[in-house]
Structure formats: C-alpha cells, structure tokens
Ligand binder design. Structure first.
Ligand SMILES: [Zn+2]
Length: 287
C-alpha cells in the first residue's frame, strides 16, 4: 500500500511522538497541539477506494460495512430528543443532509422524530451501505459535494470526522453548503487527551485517521467560522452498559487463569463518556 509521511493538519507541526501502533500503522501524537493521527497515512486514492468498498487494508483487512441497526436508531432518537426536546415541528420543511450516513440510522431517527416532515437525505460512498439504506426506504445516494448547489438548513456528520484525511479542508467546503442560519451537528470521540492505556480500542487504523479532543475540535470549528452553542457527551457505544449478567461474567474471568476480562476496559472504563456531540452555526459576518 502506498503511504505518505504527513504533518499535523491542525497546526502543521512535524514534531511527533509515537502514541500506539495497530494493524501495521502508527498512531502518533502531535507534540504541539496534541492531535492523534495516523502517520504515515495511506495515499488519498487508497483512502477513497477503502471508503467506497468499506474495506481498509493493513496487516489485516478491516471490513466496516456492517448492517442496518434498529438499536442505533433508538440511541439516535434519545440523543435527538435530548438536544431538541419534543419540538419536532422545528424540522418541518427543513432541508437536512447527513454526510457519511452509513446504513441511514440517523436519517431514520430524524424521520421518526419529525414525523416525516423533515426533508432529509443522506450521502454515502459505500455502495453496500447505500443499498442497505435505500432498502429501508431512505433517500440515500452518492454525489459530488464539490458540485452541489443545494443549501441545507442542517448538516450532520456522525462518526465521519475521524475518517477524513483532512477534516479542516472538508469542513470548510461543507460549511458552504449551509444556509445563512444553517446548523452543523457533528459527532466524534473526545479522546486525544487520554493516555493510550485508557483510549477505547480497537482504534480501527487506518479506517480512522485522527482523533481529537474537545479543545482541538472546537478550536478548528471556530477557526473556520463556526459559533459553537451546545456540546454534550454520552457513553461511547463501544462501552456496553453494565448489566448484572455481564458484570458477573467479566468478574469471574478476572479469577480464571488465561481469561481476558473486559470489566475495566469496557464495562467500567476510566472515561466512558467521550462520545462528543457539537452543535454549531456559521458566524454571521458583520460588514
Ligand atoms: Zn498539531
């Protein structure tokens, strides 16, 4: 696979220290701003191809295609209600674009919440996921966002940020697709300031290319012209909510030789609530 050595996309520094390795890739930490990123990084053409087919090459090929998950729809609905209350009429007639929508679970959740009154569509490069979303009756396709002339009232980016080779460039371009009072909803992990022992794993390198902290991401958003007005954090989906059965099972594993227990890595991790959701609007330019 073709790879290239890169500098930090946030602060351009080349000063790095090794943070961890996985699947034949190095995750490094920028000594200047603290961003975690894959370096060397797969070539852009490799990244684009991987997004299309949903497979990422490394020592092992990672298949990230998966299936439509009703459970995910439920989780998203809870989060949407937490953010927007019960005011489903707020979305009535609004244009919403969900970028990198996967199987379309978030679109489904918005459709349920808005009682079908929101004009939401999704864009997804992976053909299998596109089909899967279309099979759910959702408006999902793939088109060139650089040539898109539609303006949207809402743009969401859920679990997309970490996959972008240059998020600043992408976010800047996509912010032009928002109406003047349009809103960006972005979700990613807040994990760059954790020790590697405490970071959720696997990292899914090189499918994920960088990890931010709240400070790094809010600074980036401000720099490209956004006002941040709400941040919420939830339990990471990688960390299952402990139940009596799972706690008992994983506790027993602690005392049985050669058994690996996930009691402290998944059920009671040190930093469970690092699933970060940010709402931001474009700054109004005063002439
Ligand atoms: Zn940096």
């Amino acid at each position: 696979m073709k790879t290239q050595q890169i500098n930090c996309y946030n602060c351009s520094s080349s000063e790095i220290q090794l943070y961890d390795t996985e699947n034949g890739f190095n995750l490094v930490k920028c000594k200047n701003c603290g961003l975690l990123y894959v370096n060397p990084q797969p070539d852009r053409s490799e990244i684009e191809k991987a997004h299309e087919i949903g497979q990422h090459r490394g020592e092992k090929t990672i298949d990230v295609t998966g299936n439509f998950s009703s459970q995910k729809v439920e989780t998203y609905l809870k989060i949407i209600k937490d953010f927007y209350g019960e005011k489903c009429q707020e979305f009535s007639g609004k244009k919403w674009l969900d970028i990198g929508c996967g199987h379309g679970e978030f679109i489904k959740a918005i459709e349920i919440f808005s009682e079908g009154t929101c004009n939401i569509q999704g864009i997804e490069p992976n053909v299998y996921k596109q089909k899967s979303a279309q099979n759910q009756g959702l408006n999902v396709s793939f088109f060139d966002l650089d040539k898109c002339e539609t303006k949207y009232d809402f743009i969401s980016l859920l679990n997309v940020y970490s996959h972008l080779p240059n998020p600043i460039e992408s976010l800047t371009n996509w912010s032009n697709l928002l109406t003047e009072e349009g809103e960006l909803l972005i979700q990613t992990g807040d994990s760059a300031d954790l020790n590697s022992q405490d970071h959720h794993k696997p990292y899914y390198l090189p499918d994920h290319l960088s990890f931010v902290s709240e400070k790094i991401l809010t600074d980036i958003l401000k720099k490209i012209g956004f006002n941040i007005f709400q941040i919420k954090k939830y339990r990471f989906s990688e960390f299952p909510v402990p139940s009596l059965t799972s706690v008992t099972k994983e506790t027993l594993k602690l005392i049985v030789p050669h058994k690996k227990s996930s009691l402290f890595t998944e059920l009671f991790p040190k930093h469970p609530n690092r699933d970060m959701w940010i709402r931001a609007t474009k700054k109004i330019e005063v002439l």
